[in-house]
Design a protein around this ligand. Structure first.
Ligand code: CO
Ligand code: ZN
Length: 338
């Protein structure tokens, strides 16, 4: 599974440019599914037939990134965010543009000096990308306006932890691939959605769920960790690396179905899979749009605890990954009774 994770996180595929990642995911799942298609929004939808009600599993395939908007006379590139970025994460991060040009993010130095006292100044207003060009024309020979970019960081096996860009949400894609490849039997009629454009507003998943019209929906995404996990971590966030998959209670996009959560909790206990609960005061996932599809879908989200979300160095725990895969597989094999 580690090889698959490495390949997925190192693939550059920001929101709206998911073709690269979908091709790789398809390669892994094709021999194991009954049918599949890619819809107009680029969602990869795979089907494993079953006799029961329709159960949808969703992981988003896109990652956060950047888009080039303007090149100044000295060849510096101005960029806008694709998805949610914390600008303080960005100074001197390397990024890679769609057609291979690499650069580093610079800030107006005045602003960097003030950074400690006034974080608000560190924003997309005051940053630029240095791709080593000396003039606008030289830069234009390397990148085009509208070209996207992602972090340029590679996968690191830290022993019991993995570090990379794009763990959000390729770690979930890897887990769903593992479920598809190793599932022996399933009661429910299973749909696997590798959704596009989650990071810019849950776009792909909404259309995919509408087309499938599932009875149950389970999104798989990452979640933040807090005070129990890192020095002076966020006060209101109890989630912790290594404590197992987190069953979502609520976030800003939804209140998860508590009957479905109870059922998942029961099967986790029967199977001796550790779990924790997640209440997130910010953010949302595709579960939020799956839940409100058509006349409503019984929906929850399972989250993989992740440090340094939306940075170039997101960290997950190997045991959490294994336990989440085990939990998703157990869910996929059983009949949901609520
Ligand atoms: Co995200
Ligand atoms: Zn995500």
């Amino acid at each position: 599974m580690q090889d698959i994770i490495k390949r997925l996180v190192e693939t550059s595929s920001p929101s709206g440019r998911e073709e690269n990642i979908q091709k790789i995911i398809l390669e892994y799942i094709k021999p194991y599914v009954d049918d599949y298609h890619i819809d107009s929004l680029g969602n990869l939808i795979a089907h494993k037939k079953g006799n029961g009600k329709k159960l949808l599993f969703d992981a988003h395939a896109d990652e956060i990134g950047f888009v080039a908007t303007y090149i100044d006379d000295n060849g510096f590139i101005h960029i806008e965010p694709l998805g949610g970025h914390l600008p303080v994460n960005l100074p001197h991060q390397r990024i890679r543009f769609e057609y291979g040009t690499k650069g580093t993010i610079g800030y107006e130095s005045e602003i960097l000096m003030k950074q400690a006292s006034d974080r608000k100044e560190v924003s997309f207003d005051t940053l630029f990308v240095d791709i080593g060009a000396r003039t606008r024309n030289e830069a234009l020979s390397k990148i085009r306006i509208g070209e996207t970019a992602t972090y340029d960081s590679s996968f690191v096996d830290m022993g019991n932890r993995y570090m990379s860009k794009a763990m959000d949400d390729r770690i979930a894609c890897a887990i769903l691939i593992n479920v598809i490849q190793t599932l022996k039997s399933n009661h429910h009629d299973l749909y696997f959605v590798f959704a596009t454009q989650e990071e810019v507003g849950l776009v792909g998943s909404k259309a995919a769920a509408y087309g499938i019209e599932p009875d149950y929906g389970i999104a798989l995404d990452v979640t933040a960790t807090g005070f129990r996990d890192t020095p002076k971590g966020a006060k209101r966030i109890p989630m912790k690396l290594g404590s197992g998959p987190a069953i979502k209670i609520q976030d800003r996009s939804m209140i998860a179905d508590h009957r479905l959560n109870q059922w998942i909790q029961n099967i986790a206990e029967e199977s001796h899979i550790p779990y924790q609960f997640e209440v997130l005061a910010f953010g949302g996932t595709n579960a939020g749009v799956i839940q409100t599809t058509k006349s409503g879908v019984i929906t929850t989200c399972i989250s993989i605890p992740t440090r340094y979300l939306h940075s170039a160095s997101e960290v997950v725990d190997v045991f959490d990954v294994r336990h989440t895969a085990q939990l998703m597989k157990t869910i996929a094999e059983k009949e949901i009774s609520i």
